[in-house]
Design a protein around this ligand. Sequence first.
Ligand code: AMP
Length: 176
Amino acid sequence: MDVVQARKTIVEIADYPEPGVVFKDVTPVFADAQAFKFVVDAMAAEFSDSKITAIVGIEARGFILGGALAQKMNVGFVPVRKLGKLPRETYRADYVLEYGSDAIEIHTDSLSSEDSVLIVDDVLATGGTVSAAIEVIEQTGAGVAGFAVLLNLEFLGGASRIASEHPQVRLISVLD
Ligand code: AMP
């Protein structure tokens, strides 16, 4: 398995979930044992020297990557979820998506100032979701060291947004 082979498993769907959007369906990456292992290993290798203490996964595909990555890196996993899904006290941030808007939350006691976090998701588009994730993570006192994705849709500006707003966050995309 290599980057080219793993990349080929991703299926592009035009005009989903609305006209003009090309949706990157990464579920075939997860369904292919070798491709799934390749992307998780690649993310872990990029941050092996970064003293990461926790993985934060963004709902929902970030949970699949994040659980595997946390096991690989021998650290815990913390979910950032859509509004109303977490049962205890939360920090909340609102954000705008490539299509639509939403809000996310994190449990207030899930991280502390001792933590250095690696965020994981499938696709970086406008950067709205990850900016909101960084906002709620920083409210816990934790620092964000990195953001790992499968694909970075560069033309949507998310990478430059993160670089300007959060220069300490190292972005890596393992299938570009
Ligand atoms: P954004 O907040 O614009 O960076 O959008 C990132 C979030 O929306 C991620 O959680 C992605 O799963 C999802 N997303 C946005 N655009 C796409 C796309 N074209 N294909 C697949 N997922 C996308």
